[in-house]
Design a protein around this ligand. Sequence first.
Ligand code: BTN
Length: 244
Amino acid sequence: IFQNIIYEDTVTSTQQVAYKLLGEGAPHGTLIVANEQTSGRGRLGREWYSPANTGIWMSLIMRPNIEMQQTPQLTLVAAVALARAIKEATNYDVQIKWPNDLIFNGKKIAGILTEMQSDPDRVKSVIIGIGINVNQQTFPESIANIASSLSLETRETFHRVAIIEHFLREFQWLYHTYLEKGFSFIKPLWEARAISIGEEILAKTANGELKGVAEGISDEGVLLLKDSEGNSHRIYSADIHLLE
Ligand code: BTN
């Protein structure tokens, strides 16, 4: 994969470009990388701050042969690939907060937005959007206490292309290993970097809030949470807050 890499200067959102290319028949493995996004999107309809020259804003078009329930696993594969790529390119360890936030010094330095197009029960395509805060020196006040960049945390600057290259290599082999050996190969790699496992967390879901201990992820990539009464819950989508 990744025969087809498209670099753009300014776009609205690489997700939007990816949708357009998908409609034009872009092949599996097409990657769109932009220097700046004017309306970068985050999960749950949020904005994603994407200034020029500082971060990595990219979307990967995939046409995977997987079941619909497997798409969360694909996001977790990408999160592991990203964490490993950052380690290789910068020598710093970052952690993963379920499902797909990358955390450094307690702050979010990267996020993943996975969007799937399907027939009733078959995955037709998946667009994996990845935003990495690399060299920003400032953040808007509204997110400055939760977001940061690799540079702000380390007082170094990093080459964006090197991080992209490491990510592509890592993602390629992790994805193929995932297809060959299944998610059970990825799960321990993910869990080894996870911050919330074994901790008391608050999960804010669309249906309300749940408090409990994060026990791990299931073989499908679902978060498993045990509440104070000992009941187990499966969390498919939520915002996770660590409780001290
Ligand atoms: C999150 O909310 O954590 C996910 C953020 C995903 C941001 C990336 S940047 C490249 C791609 N294009 C977008 O508009 N969003 C994703």
